[in-house]
Design a protein around this ligand. Sequence first.
Ligand code: GLY
Ligand code: MN
Ligand code: MN
Length: 426
Amino acid sequence: MIGQKEYKKRRDKLAKSLSENSVGILFSASYRPRSNDTEYPYRQNSNFYYLTSFKEDNSCLVIVKTTKGVKTILFVQAKDKQKELWNGKRLGEKEAEKIFLVDEVYAITNLEEKLKKFLQTSKNLYFDFGLEYSKMKVLKRYAKGIAVHQNIAPLVNEMRLIKSVAEIALIKKAINITKKAHHKAMSFSKANKNEYELQAEIEHVFKSNGAYSDAYTSIVACGNSANTLHYIENNKPLQDNELILIDAGCEYEYYASDITRCIPVNGKFTEVQKELYNMVLDVELKIIEMIKPNMLRNDLQKKSEELLCQGMVKLGILKGNYKKLIKKQEHKKFYPHGIGHWMGIDVHDECPYKYDNGDEIPLRKGMVLTIEPAIYIDKDDKSVPKKYRGIGIRIEDDILVTKEGYVNLSYEIAKSIEEIESLSLS
Ligand code: GLY
Ligand code: MN
Ligand code: MN
């Protein structure tokens, strides 16, 4: 639970970074139509949620900054019995005023008139440049005559880089539920069940533990399917003696978890799978060990490529001097992605990786990132010894940067071969 004072502090901080005589606007997310009159599940816009904790659509946060000071105004849907009958309860202005520590609350129907007034004396308009077209059109209509348009999203995204104690607690809660789900998958998997049955078990654990949603579409990829990075079909039978790559994490109260584990369908790793698995695991543990303030993510990336490349040479997957192989980027065929990414309200938190001057932002206390080295060997890759073909392995944990170094927030999720086998066979 994050208290309303924290949301107010965030708005105050954002207001500080706006120029004087400005209006900043953030909109809620819109419903996305699936077809005809059905919609995809609704999720609030991440930046709007970060600044308000308000979950309803058709709402708007306005920050007005003048020489006299800052005013924050929330626009919400007015109560409407008929609409609430169809689409659920609305908080309404009166209740919103009691809960949110903003200066004023109005019904969203007043937005146009109020905005016109605020914008009369304003020189800068801040809004999210990624806004959907319809909202953008309306905004531009209100904002005629304002010379400076600025993107508000990067300012909020930067604030989201450092997680507060309350945010970290929610991430931990999400990870704890995800732990249960992965452990369930380990004990549930069996030949001839289908990938989607495993997915259903995982997502059942999410929901029955209070995580309303997944943080991203679960990947349950048996055998060679693991070599498709964004495999989400999840519709093939589990084959005896294969590994299943499971990349699944729940979202708890708007905070993500992002965990990948690889588990044997029948509970026992083969000797060949063990060789590859332990090679990737060794790299993962070494990279996590490097995490501390001032470390650059790019150095983690380079080190992971170097270690994976060395490991591949040792196993005969790549041939030659590893430095030369790296120079020629030969390893990229087997490890084509990044070592990890920011995580928070979004699984790929939209926080910046670089300063405006292009330099990389170093790790700092309170950042949360994933570490996810991998090796993918396609079943048809004749350059690789036959025994390794058709195996894809990724191991992913969620790491908090601390003053001294790091905490692996997902350390309780079974990861060594012994741990996984013991859960799989239980
Ligand atoms: N689950 C998405 C990722 O690992 O980045
Ligand atoms: Mn990830
Ligand atoms: Mn993942």
